[in-house]
Design a protein around this ligand. Structure first.
Ligand SMILES: Cc1cc2nc3c(=O)[nH]c(=O)nc-3n(C[C@H](O)[C@H](O)[C@H](O)COP(=O)(O)OP(=O)(O)OC[C@H]3O[C@@H](n4cnc5c(N)ncnc54)[C@H](O)[C@@H]3O)c2cc1C
Length: 445
């Protein structure tokens, strides 16, 4: 019987455990997940507090990945799915002390005040022509070259920092938005591409979560595979000798034929340092953005003038530590105390790395100050939630492309070593599940 070890139980490792356990019977392969904490989930964490659920990490996943919906079904969670409110399609940009609603129709686009007329014309014409692009372009360069400075500053910049906590002039277009890059690489206009690919099955629209929060699939995997998960196992070293991997904690050693690394890149780097310094070097050089998450629940009557919608993003020209604010109780109204308004304030990112040196008290105070500045808030919150991620989201920069090239070359020469993690093939919850599925399908014993 072959042995496969998965190291790290975030959504990447947990989904890999599920797919490999479906693929092989216990007689064919032993599949074991080793997790540092006493629970699985990693960045995913749904914390119930005073009749609300606060998310420490992702608060939803887009409906455009059939892989995630299949996993949900396989885990028996169909009835637990929760779709975001219809009004969550309204999103805002906060700049110059004003909320600007992002256009959702042609008429609102024509009236959208953050884009000058020439950029609106260029944006529309972009749908029908081949766009200027090369593989080393940053998102910012692409946006400015093809459309203009305002589009970059007020639309792409906040969108990129909302997803990655990173800078529009640092993130590489192909790495950060691979599906869009695929269209650009095809040499077709967006219109032509859409036209020739229209037979593909239609994806679900909108944003989804679970009644019990994003932790629900992790809880289900933890229960379903409870005999295959070893908790409180901090892996310190992975070595390879005589076609076997040796995976070590400070007082225990496991042996395996294949190893799936599902820990953050800087953790994997330390584990591999002694047996493959080149691979470890490339992994260790992947940059991460810090992010603090502050959840705040106010009495409904204490919040006045809240715009309708998903939330708001703040462009980096504002030089504001706050990246954005999500109106959680408007996104998933059924999941929150009906008498409260719940916000999630995201603070930090690569423009404000010093956030990691601030105390919880300082960061919560910063979040409260921002809300008080933007809205009429009469009293202090009823409940506060706080989580600081020193290394929250990997940065898919131009340098990142070089690291990944090295990582891929080294993996090719290292049989039985695999990576399923958010720094490898996409940061989103959906990407992690897709990568887990594909890796499990490719593993041969
Ligand atoms: C604040 C925030 C908000 C986000 N919002 C969204 C969103 O709304 N939608 C979306 O799609 N994505 C979102 N993301 C991104 C997404 O949540 C993550 O990319 C994804 O959850 C990462 O999963 P992972 O399994 O690859 O890594 P992780 O979640 O980092 O899991 C790694 C696991 O490895 C374990 N581990 C670490 N060291 C060791 C060791 N030495 N030995 C054993 N185990 C170890 C950890 O305990 C952890 O369980 C968000 C991320 C953050 C930080």
């Amino acid at each position: 019987m072959k042995k496969i070890l998965i190291i790290g139980g975030g959504i990447s490792g947990a989904a890999t455990l599920h797919y490999l356990s479906q693929k092989y019977t216990p007689q064919e392969a032993s599949v074991i997940l080793l997790e540092k904490e006493n629970t699985i989930g990693g960045t995913v964490g749904s914390i119930p507090k005073d009749n609300n659920i606060f998310e420490a990490g992702p608060n939803g996943f887009l409906g455009n990945s059939s892989q995630t919906f299949e996993l949900v079904k396989e885990l028996g969670l169909d009835n637990e799915l929760l779709c975001a409110n219809e009004d969550a399609k309204y999103r805002h940009i906060y700049t110059d002390r004003k909320h600007h609603m992002l256009p959702t129709s042609l008429s609102s686009f024509l009236g959208f005040e953050l884009l000058p007329v020439r950029e609106k014309i260029r944006l529309i014409s972009c749908i029908f022509k081949r766009l200027e692009f090369d593989e080393r372009m940053t998102v910012g360069e692409f946006a400015e070259k093809n459309i203009g400075e305002h589009f970059k500053k007020f639309l792409m910049d906040p969108m990129v920092s909302g997803i990655y906590g990173g800078g529009v002039d640092e993130l590489n277009l192909c790495a950060a938005f691979p599906r869009f890059a695929q269209i650009l690489k095809s040499g077709k206009s967006l219109f032509q591409y859409r036209f020739t690919n229209r037979k593909k099955p239609k994806a679900n629209k909108g944003l989804y979560t679970f009644k019990g929060g994003m932790q629900a699939p992790l809880n289900q995997i933890a229960a379903k595979y409870k005999d295959q998960i070893n908790y409180n196992q901090t892996i310190e070293q992975v070595t390879y000798k005589d076609q076997k991997y040796r995976v070590k904690t400070h007082d225990q050693e496991y042996e395996a034929d294949q190893v799936v690394l599902s820990v953050p890149a800087y953790v994997a780097a330390k584990m591999l340092d002694s047996f493959n310094p080149k691979l470890a070097g490339a992994l260790g050089a992947i940059d991460y953005a810090p992010i603090a998450v502050v959840g705040l629940a106010f009495k409904q009557e204490d919040v006045i003038d809240l715009p309708v919608g998903f939330g708001l993003l703040i462009p980096s020209v504002e030089d504001n530590q706050v990246l954005g604010v999500l109106f959680e109780s408007q996104i998933y109204p059924n999941r929150y105390n009906p008498h409260e308004v719940v916000f999630r304030v995201m603070i930090g990112g690569t423009h404000h790395r010093a956030i990691v040196e601030h105390s919880e008290k300082e960061i919560v105070a910063r979040a409260l100050k921002e809300l008080a500045m933007q809205f009429s808030i009469k009293n202090l919150p009823q409940t506060t939630f706080f989580k600081l991620w020193n290394k929250a989201i990997p940065q898919y920069t131009n340098n990142y492309l070089d690291r990944i090239k090295t990582i891929n070359e080294e993996l090719k020469m290292q049989p039985g070593l695999h990576i399923v993690a958010n720094y490898y093939k996409g940061v989103s919850f959906n990407d992690c599940i897709k990568n887990a599925f594909q890796t499990a399908a490719n593993i041969e014993i």
